[in-house]
Write a protein that binds this ligand. Structure first.
Ligand code: DWN
Length: 392
């Protein structure tokens, strides 16, 4: 399915940048051999991850809590301590690794965007600035030795050269070592029609079927799966060398579920495409109706996901006044492609709009908890996941 001409999801720009803005064709395909759903055109990684990367993991309170729980869970479950060595891929500003650092557990973050890597480093979290691959894995082994555990949250699906990454992880891990990672789950994206998960940074949309095939090529297998209630429905996978650990029943159960829901057939993706088109037309009609009624709409959170929605639906400043966001690096700039102004969060609270279009729908609870005054003032929320509606 094609979403047409698209900008870099986190490519927030100044007016001077407009004339040189980069576009690509955002399209996803499904492989009937390996069951992978993935982008068909990839953007050069240096255009996405660099010294000005606009996403700082620590912008959500809910995600900070989630990664604290994840760290505590793996430390407790696998008895990690000062003799262990763990590596996190795509460690961003150190939101998870800090919990290992606090317990003096030897660790290393590998993060390609230097601005966020520097924050982690400044907070005493051992971080190297690099795109992880087999060569980097070899360098880490030479300097630190093999790892007990490799972690990744919202990173594996970002890396197109996935075979080099898996080879690197295998090389880096001890024989009994574990890879534990989580990413948005394809099943949730299909169920919720959350097509906004599709953007340049997300090269893959993983299912258990596609990942099992992938890891098998490298002598590894998924030994457990655990659904996570973050980022619109994610899955946490634990992966080991084949035969080293017992495979838990969670794996068979999810395989059966994916078969039941037809993840192996292109018809499933055809239905998703139809649902996406319906979602687009409903959102456009709703916003036009609101505009006709002369009401104000402001976007809430300039998420990466919003770039897909705004460009695919052709929503510009004619329908949305501005987008409010808490990240300083985005404020004062314009949204990729549609060039909607991104303003500080305070611009939202100072003069509430009639409607707020919630781009951070994945943080719904956190947002609703802190925005009760908006509703009290008569403001209404618009969401588009799982369907377009004004929330009561
Ligand atoms: O995979 C990825 C996910 C995990 O994080 C990355 N490729 C990039 C990023 O995606 P995103 O930008 O869609 O993430 P979020 O967490 O849905 O949105 C973050 C943005 O929302 C930040 O710019 C901050 C903003 N925000 C806000 O303004 N007010 C977020 C919250 C919770 C808020 O209350």
């Amino acid at each position: 399915m094609s979403f047409g001409k698209m900008s870099i999801a986190n490519g927030f720009l100044t007016k001077a940048d407009f004339k040189n803005e980069y576009f690509f064709n955002l399209e996803v395909g499904f492989c009937q051999n390996c069951y992978m759903v993935q982008l068909t055109e990839l953007v050069d990684r240096n255009k996405m991850f660099h010294d000005n990367y606009a996403f700082y993991s620590s912008t959500s309170r809910g995600m900070a809590d989630h990664f604290k729980e994840m760290a505590e869970d793996v430390i407790g479950r696998y008895g990690l301590g000062t003799e262990s060595f763990i590596v996190e891929l795509g460690s961003n500003d150190g939101i998870m690794l800090k919990h290992f650092a606090e317990r003096l557990i030897p660790h290393l973050g590998v993060e390609p965007s230097s601005n966020v890597a520097n924050i982690a480093q400044g907070n005493g979290i051992n971080t190297m600035c690099a795109f992880f691959d087999e060569k980097v894995a070899q360098d880490i082994v030479s300097e630190y030795g093999k790892a007990d555990m490799v972690l990744g949250a919202n990173v594996m699906c970002h890396i197109p050269n996935i075979h080099s990454v898996v080879s690197g992880i295998k090389l880096l891990l001890k024989t009994y070592g574990l890879l534990i990672f989580e990413d948005p789950y394809l099943g949730e994206m299909l169920k919720r029609t959350s097509y906004d998960q599709i953007y340049d940074e997300h090269a893959f949309y993983f299912s258990l079927a596609s990942l099992s095939w992938l890891f098998k090529q490298h002598g590894m297998e998924i030994i457990s799966v655990e659904p996570q209630n973050v980022h619109g429905g994610s899955m946490r996978y634990t992966v080991a060398n084949i035969g080293e650990y017992a495979v838990t029943p969670s794996v068979e159960s999810l395989i059966d579920n994916e078969k039941f829901y037809g993840f192996h057939f292109h018809e499933t993706y055809d239905s998703f495409r139809d649902n996406v088109k319906l979602s687009r037309s409903s959102l456009i009609s709703l916003l036009h109706k609101i505009k006709k009624d002369r009401k104000r709409v402001v976007g809430y959170a300039a998420t990466s996901k919003s770039t897909t929605v705004l460009n695919y639906c052709g929503i510009g400043t004619d329908l949305i006044e501005f987008i409010s966001d808490t990240t300083p690096i985005k404020q004062g700039k314009f949204s990729p492609g549609m060039h909607i102004p991104v303003r500080p969060y305070e611009n939202f609270t100072e003069r509430y709009p009639d409607y707020a279009l919630l781009f951070a729908w994945n943080h719904m609870k956190e947002v609703m908890d802190k925005e009760s005054n908006f509703s009290l003032a008569g403001g209404k929320w618009i969401t588009f996941v799982p369907e377009v509606r004004i929330m009561s």
